[in-house]
Design a protein around this ligand. Structure first.
Ligand code: FAD
Length: 397
């Protein structure tokens, strides 16, 4: 077996999907075939996309070159791009999420919802579909998109539980955990993304799209609790990042665990003295063991791939402190660091503190954002369909 499996595997999955499944995607993508056939009609690419191992632009280019295509699939890939850009343009949503998550977690066990919460996180609700989904989530790290929507809807609108705790539960267990797609999808189900629009699951839809797999079940009574809607202001992103790696200096390139992209590094390897893989996942105490194992195997694959290209690479855990990281820079006499743009989420929270520490040690830091995201995120100021229209003008498929 090769040591950089994740990279090969993601390309094989895409190739196979383009040959075998994409033409039927539109027709069958909404069906959840259950834990034994999780990717029967969908690609299963999300864990690799979420770790930055395969990029949206690469996928779109491959679709362009393929004789088979699907407008719906392109649209779904773009939902991910859109959610990322939307969160980048509405940073306050992330701050509010973190604050409200803490408050909800602190109070849930002292509230009337304590028992329901306990049953919901342990798959003991006696609502057959829900208990199956939570077991699948915990055992495999994956749920079909439709099951995620039903799960979130039942959690919020039928069990009356705080959406923030559900989002965190997903984030800790999904192999494709992505702050933007996850947080904003939960907000969408709760009715917080589009004013007046929430997603209410119903038994008929669940029965139909899970191919009547569940025996008859009754959803509990809807909880009529409106979550206050907050309008967020649009923020700019600092795009002023046209830098070059100074060939006369010793440059360190920093890589975070949710963006294990090798392409920029390969192109600029002559000007990179060392790549430092910054491990941050140890700061997330509730991360499931399968998520930890998946992250660690992706990290290993990234390291092995760098070695294969003769790139000097070291991993360093920055989840608790920066001492080891600063020691490496000091020992190697490195005063210039660079990274790909780090997107909003737990990684960025730590990297932001790291950058302050770099400044205090007179070490420069610059980031790079690819032209693709630079362009398309500028359209993430309104709704998805507005974004898609602008995208179609920019990128011809
Ligand atoms: C409550 C909820 C939470 C979610 N949390 C995450 C998450 O943490 N990480 C994540 O990657 N996706 C998340 N999604 C989106 C979606 O469910 C998954 O991306 C999809 O199920 C992954 O399976 P796939 O790769 O087989 O998808 P496919 O149908 O093959 O789609 C291809 C790719 O398009 C993107 N995509 C597809 N559907 C969506 C969508 N609705 N929103 C955003 N991108 C999409 C994904 O990158 C996916 O890999 C969430 C959806 C909901 C409703």
């Amino acid at each position: 077996m090769n040591n950089f499996d994740a990279y090969k595997k993601s390309k094989n999955i895409l190739e196979n999907f383009l040959q075998e499944k994409i033409s039927k995607y539109n027709q069958y993508r909404n069906f959840d075939y259950g834990p034994n056939y999780p990717h029967k009609a969908v690609s299963g690419l999300s864990p690799y996309i979420s770790k930055g191992i395969i990029k949206e632009e690469y996928i779109l280019d491959k679709i362009n070159d393929s004789k088979n295509s699907s407008e719906k699939f392109i649209q779904e890939v773009l939902w991910r791009t859109y959610w990322k850009g939307w969160l980048e343009r509405h940073k306050e949503v992330w701050l509010d999420y973190k604050n409200s998550f803490k408050l909800e977690l602190d109070s849930i066990y002292h509230s009337e919802l304590a028992e329901k919460y306990d049953q919901a996180i342990n798959g003991k609700t006696k609502l057959e579909p829900y208990d199956e989904w939570i077991n699948q989530l915990k055992n495999t790290g994956y749920l079909h998109n439709h099951a995620r929507m039903w799960f979130a809807s039942i959690w919020i609108h039928y069990f009356g539980l705080p959406w923030q705790l559900g989002a965190k539960l997903f984030y800790d267990h999904l192999l494709d955990a992505d702050i933007a797609s996850n947080t904003l999808s939960w907000r969408w189900v709760a009715g917080l993304q589009t004013e007046g629009k929430k997603y209410i699951a119903n038994s008929h839809n669940i029965m139909k799209f899970s191919l009547s797999r569940f025996k008859s079940f009754n959803l509990p009574k809807l909880v009529s609790k409106d979550i206050p809607f907050k309008k967020y202001t649009l923020n700019d992103i600092n795009y002023n990042n046209d830098f070059t790696l100074d060939p006369n200096k010793k440059n360190a390139f920093l890589v975070v665990e949710n963006n294990l992209d090798i392409n920029f590094i390969k192109q600029h390897k002559d000007n990179i003295f060392i790549v430092l893989l910054l491990e941050t996942s140890n700061s997330r105490n509730n991360l499931s063991s399968i998520s930890k194992t998946f992250q660690s195997s992706c990290n290993t694959d990234f390291i092995n791939l760098c070695k294969q290209y003769n790139i000097n690479i070291e991993k360093v855990d920055i989840s608790k402190c920066f001492n080891q990281f600063l020691k490496i820079l000091k020992e190697e006499n490195i005063f210039n660091t660079y990274s790909d743009y780090v997107t909003i989420g737990f990684e960025k929270d730590i990297v932001t503190r790291l950058v302050t520490s770099l400044k205090n040690h007179n070490i420069s830091y610059n980031f790079f954002l690819s032209n693709f995201y630079k362009e398309v995120w500028s359209y993430c100021n309104k709704g998805f369909f507005n974004f898609k229209k602008s995208f179609d003008k920019f990128y011809h498929i």
